[in-house]
Write a protein that binds this ligand. Structure first.
Ligand code: CP
Length: 327
């Protein structure tokens, strides 16, 4: 594949222009069609991607590994324990050495605030091949791209003026990363969506991400508002994306404190009553895994508004597009 994006890192959507992101999305739509027709897409024949996972994954690992296979290449699955990363391999060594073995490095490092994105940037500084973010403490750009693809599909590519709501929701696992909500508020305004961010006061996002979201909204001529009431957020929404995240900004990496704070807000759940506040044809999204019975009721996640399976499927097509364009 002849691509001007060859060699580019994909660490956050904000590093790519809107035109570049649209190019990736167009290719993702084309790849989705070819996948459905069973047409081969050997754009990365004999190429190798190294996937370093410092956290668990179902969708990100399997969509990325399947993408490499279906593009004609291969992906290696690497963990800290199964490599010498746990015994001292530095970001510099990883960047330089893996660059001599293959054609791309992908990393998931999302558990601790202030760690993952810095690590990826350090690997990218030394690597001579593209570095792809599989979710950090800052952004989850592959998830965000799949979410945009899903919204385009569901609303026939007519996004401008639609109300997109990212809301905090209670979950028993209290320390989910900030990557998805931050990635969403930064990227969605660029695609013409009016963004509402809803959360209890202690669950604010990083000020740098808020600043980028406000700037992107201003440049795109769309709204960006923050509310502390889940009902108010859901009112007249076209798209609702209720999910949990940790009170990292408030409690830093103190997980016990995050748990204590989250327990105050158990009523922040996506249920049928709240869904009825949104527009009739509103869609319910979640990057998964969801904490059923806490973040969302079964009736909503399995109900007529839910698009979670299409959203999860689009992880495959969008990561294929990013890998084909950059590698
Ligand atoms: N949405 C997402 O990134 O899922 P995994 O944690 O399973 O990769």
């Amino acid at each position: 594949m002849n691509s001007k994006l060859k060699g580019r890192d994909f660490l956050t959507t904000n590093d790519w222009t809107l035109e570049e992101l649209e190019q990736a999305l167009n290719l993702a739509f084309e790849l989705k069609q070819k996948f459905a027709l069973g047409e081969p897409t050997p754009y990365l024949l004999y190429k190798t991607l190294f996937m370093i996972f410092k956290d668990k994954s179902t969708r990100t690992r399997n969509s990325t590994e399947a993408a490499m296979t279906q593009l004609g290449g291969h992906a290696h699955y690497i963990t800290e324990e199964s490599s010498q990363i746990s015994h001292g391999d530095t970001a510099k060594e990883i960047g330089i050495i893996l660059s001599r073995y293959g054609h791309g490095i992908a990393i998931r490092d999302d558990i601790y605030l202030g760690v993952g994105q810095k690590y990826m940037e350090e690997v990218a500084k030394w690597a001579s091949i593209p570095v792809i973010n599989l979710e950090s403490d800052w952004d989850h750009p592959l998830q965000i791209l799949a979410d945009i693809m899903t919204i385009k599909e569901k609303f026939n590519n007519e996004l401008r003026g639609r109300k997109f709501v990212i809301s905090w929701a209670y979950a028993q696992s209290h320390a989910k990363p900030l990557a998805v909500p931050q990635g969403l508020i930064m990227a969605m305004p660029r695609f013409g969506l009016d963004v509402t961010l809803a959360m209890p006061p202690e669950f604010e996002l990083l000020p740098e991400a808020m600043e980028i979201a406000r700037r992107n909204a201003e440049e795109a001529g769309v709204k960006f508002e923050v509310v502390h009431d889940m009902d108010e957020a859901f009112k007249d929404a076209d798209i609702v994306y209720p999910k949990s995240w940790g009170a990292y900004v408030y409690a830093q990496n103190n997980f016990e404190e995050m748990k204590r704070i989250a327990e105050k807000y158990k009523d922040w759940i996506a249920d049928e009553r709240r869904m009825s506040l949104a527009k009739k044809n509103a869609i319910y999204m979640h990057c998964l895994p969801a904490d059923r019975g806490f973040e969302v009721t079964d009736a909503v996640i399995d109900g007529p508004h839910s698009v979670i399976y299409d959203e999860a499927e689009n992880r495959l097509h969008t990561v294929k597009a990013i890998l084909a364009l950059t590698m």
